[in-house]
Write a protein that binds this ligand. Structure first.
Ligand code: ZN
Length: 66
């Protein structure tokens, strides 16, 4: 085997823009229904927090795969 070292990062997706976010170093987080969501920016968190229909983001996240 070669010398490739894969850094183990816990990546999760920002439900607003679907960008990958490092769970260990999130820029912003929000808790909804007991689950923590991670965001790439405060702008995305704001959009999530201000959205009354948060399920629409969560659906989009589910459809995009984890
Ligand atoms: Zn984002």
């Amino acid at each position: 085997m070669g010398g490739w070292v894969v850094e183990k990062k816990r990546l999760t997706k920002d439900p607003v823009c679907l960008m990958y976010v490092d769970e260990d170093k999130p820029i912003a987080t929000s808790t909804y229904k007991g689950k923590t969501y991670y965001f790439c920016s405060h702008m995305c968190k704001d959009r999530f927090d201000k959205e009354s229909d948060k399920e629409k983001f969560i659906r989009k996240l589910d459809e995009s795969g984890k």
